[in-house]
Design a protein around this ligand. Structure first.
Ligand code: G6P
Length: 470
């Protein structure tokens, strides 16, 4: 840091590191955001502000994995009301089309405001003169306006990783105007899909008097004699495609993928689902489709098995506990009806795995099932494609993911339509190799051509050089 503060500040609910398994040090968190932003933060005298994920832990700024980190502390009570409450029981379900009923609690909103102010304050203290600040995701939507009040000199970008809902749904939120005004503190607001940006602009029109010209909102100064533009754009996030492609070529990973298939009893067809255990992911509908196909003996003499990885997530939130119970009942029923001794019909893993193991699973798979009911992007679909340098494997993809806007060569389905999902699974199982190969090559061109580094660069260029990005 120069004596005047950092040139680039990334602000996210979570720090980009987590405690190592032995509890002694820190290791980089898995995921595209960290891989994308780490090199940028390292190269530009930057820092990352976020929560460690553990309540009641007051840490001093520290260095880990080559990054300088500024922790924001949350008490257990604050984590319950800001993180589990407003972020994950109000905003998360609301922004995913109210698939689960959003809960509205006034004290959670108070906590959300308080914690957003804490993040804004830490950012104002860390940012150097004229710094670039990039705020991430729905947990921190009030930070842009709060930061601008303190530090009108900095450039502020915001990226929403999850969908932005249609106005009919968004307008349920009592604090809908305050949230929009919070976001409008930014210079540039990025969304995954064109439709998310359009939904946001509609909310701006409905809730404020600001002029919207094309995709720019003009914020009038209190005196009315000047305006400040807020640009709104679409920046679909991706994965570190080259890293995954290389990983999936490593001899140990290839060998592991072959061993995995053997361990699964050498099935003719392997289906795979990989998700955080979240009600937005359509896991129950997917399992229902698979179960019905087995009930109907639809695969006829084909020896088939399925692996469902459901990594633990937000386990203190009621809706997630309920979902886990429901999923585990369905898993038990499918296995009870269709397994044979030593060969389960469905392998269910409520665990997280390192990326090497995931790459091996992707490589071992014939049909990848990515069937969320709503998803901002879905990076599992892109990880699968990036790993399939053998040009094999078929992707069944929900049309309600951001990824579906780009990955048109997948077999696209409406995940609520169980019959259509069943048909897509059968089509995928029987897809001639040549056609599957052609589709995978097209998908790979897309994913390798626009990776997460491209995403970060495009957003930051647009934020820092508004004149060049039109
Ligand atoms: C989604 C959100 C992220 C979040 C991640 C994991 O991808 O967009 O902001 O970090 O889920 O959820 P968690 O609540 O564990 O951070």
């Amino acid at each position: 840091m120069s004596s005047h503060g950092f040139e680039l500040v990334v602000v996210a609910n979570r720090l980009p590191v987590e405690r190592a398994a032995d509890g002694t040090g820190w290791q980089p968190s898995p995921g595209g955001l960290v891989t994308a932003l780490k090199p940028v933060v390292e190269a530009t005298d930057g820092t990352w502000i976020g929560w460690s994920g553990t309540p009641d832990e007051d840490l001093e700024p520290f260095r880990a994995g080559g990054l300088r980190l500024v922790p924001v502390a949350l008490s257990a009570e604050e984590a319950a009301s800001y993180y589990e409450g407003f972020a994950n029981s109000t905003l998360w379900p609301l922004y995913h089309d109210a698939i689960a009923p959003p809960q509205f609690e006034r004290r959670w909103w108070d906590a959300y405001r308080l914690i957003n102010a804490r993040f804004a304050e830490a950012t104002a203290a860390a940012a150097g003169d004229g710094a670039t600040v990039w705020v991430q995701d729905y947990q921190l939507q009030l930070v842009p306006a709060l930061l601008r009040q303190e530090r009108p000199d900095v450039r502020i970008g915001f990226f929403n990783h999850i969908p932005f809902p249609g106005y009919e749904i968004y307008s349920q939120l009592s604090w809908r105007r305050q949230v929009v005004e919070g976001l409008l503190g930014s210079d540039l607001i990025g969304f995954q899909r064109h439709d998310d940006a359009a939904n946001f602009l509609r909310a701006v029109r409905k809730l404020t008097d600001f002029k919207v010209r094309g995709s720019t909102v003009e914020i009038a100064s209190p005196t009315g004699d000047a305006t400040r533009p807020v640009r709104v754009g679409t920046y679909p996030i991706s994965v570190d495609a080259q890293m995954l492609d290389e990983l999936a070529r490593r001899p140990d990973v290839v060998e592991r993928s072959q061993r995995l298939r053997r361990e699964l009893g050498d099935p003719q067809i392997l289906l795979l689902g990989v998700d955080r255990l979240d009600y937005t992911k359509g896991i129950l509908q997917r399992l229902r489709a698979y179960g019905e196909l087995l009930d109907q003996n639809a695969f006829e003499g084909t020896d088939i098995t399925m692996v469902q990885v459901a990594s633990p997530s937000r386990e203190r939130v009621d809706e997630y506990q309920r979902l886990r119970n429901e999923v585990e009942v369905v898993v038990g029923r499918i296995n009870g009806d269709h397994s044979r001794l030593g060969t389960p019909a469905l392998h269910y893993l409520h665990q997280s795995f390192p990326i090497e193991e995931m790459a091996a699973m992707y490589l071992a798979t014939d049909v990848m099932l990515v069937t969320p009911l709503r998803d901002g992007m879905n990076l599992v679909a892109k990880e699968f494609i990036a790993c399939r340098n053998d040009n094999r494997g078929v992707l069944v993809l929900s049309e309600f993911t951001g990824a579906a806007d780009e990955l048109r060569q997948a077999l696209l389905i409406n995940p609520y339509d169980i019959d259509a999902t069943k048909q897509a699974i059968l089509d995928a199982v029987h897809l001639p190799k040549q056609i599957a190969g052609r589709r995978m090559r097209a998908l790979r061109r897309r994913v390798l051509g626009a990776d997460v580094h491209h995403w970060a660069k495009t957003f930051l260029d647009a934020l820092q050089h508004p004149e060049a990005s039109g």
